[in-house]
Design a protein around this ligand. Sequence first.
Ligand SMILES: Nc1ncnc2c1ncn2[C@@H]1O[C@H](COP(=O)(O)OP(=O)(O)OP(=O)(O)O)[C@@H](O)[C@H]1O
Ligand SMILES: [Mg+2]
Length: 315
Amino acid sequence: MPEPLLAVRDVSKTYRVGRTEVAALRDVGLELHKGECLALVGESGSGKTTLGKLILGIEAPSAGTLHFAGERLPDRRARTLRRRLQFVQQNPMSALNPKRTIGDSIALPLAVHGLVPRARLRARAGELLGLVGMSADLLDRYPAMLSGGQRQRVALARALAAEPDCIVLDEPTSSLDVSVQARILQLLADLQARLGLSYIFITHDLGVVRNIAHRVVVLYRGRVVETGTTAAMFGRPRHRYTQMLLSSIPVVSDEEERLKPSWPWERDVAAAEVAAAVGCAFAPRCAYALDVCRREAPAFHPVSSGDGHACHCPG
Ligand SMILES: Nc1ncnc2c1ncn2[C@@H]1O[C@H](COP(=O)(O)OP(=O)(O)OP(=O)(O)O)[C@@H](O)[C@H]1O
Ligand SMILES: [Mg+2]
């Protein structure tokens, strides 16, 4: 196996809120290889965005290390490193200045990183629009004049302008209609194949990443509970939490309906808040929990080539 493009090792992140400490991530590890799309999946509050921010250098870890292209990532990133790791968020408006034309928005990273001569900025911005399936005629429009799908394409063009190795996509299609969502996912897959990009794809919905992710990391309350290839996750999910996530996604055929894990019931999430301190954090919600699950936190059991699960009673 070649050296990973990105390696996250034993990373924890704690936020102080007044006098209390919120553990957003605990001992998280993952590897992303060149050309790979790695999905980070979990419910709201599981730590997905926090992990994305640590990778991008927007936040610094409380413990643990991150390596990129073989080098330890410092908390304060030099410009070149910032260029190589780009961010696309759920709401494209947050990446685009409403007072700037989209041509100027795309030209900005080109100028900041000195990627093309001044005289070529506009032409290159037009090429980048073409790359995301939009016409260069739109260069002089403002973000408010575009549809949600078009804005997300512009945000992507802006990220691509920096010629990154890796893009952290945080719920990039969650605010879009289903048909638009499908086209953006197809565009992301095409761009990845064409440009050899690597993606960290953050989503709360496993169904979204089914056709684009190569591997999946499942987070529950700041911990990695299962990792595996997308085929393994959908074919034979082991962790009970992964099974619960999968039981709620829509399927396309009777065959899939038969294979899909069923989830007997869900316990009160409020109870999970109280009881999660000892044992498995998921035990209070788990239909299969044993006594040991409430006593001891499960260790990570490797299954194949680094992938595995942290569950006392896997399926
Ligand atoms: N700046 C912060 N200050 C305090 N707590 C924070 C901060 N950022 C995140 N948290 C807490 O860390 C935990 C993880 O948050 P995070 O935003 O990473 O979750 P997420 O998986 O991205 O959720 P969502 O799906 O809702 O976006 C949550 O409990 C959240 O309240
Ligand atoms: Mg988030």
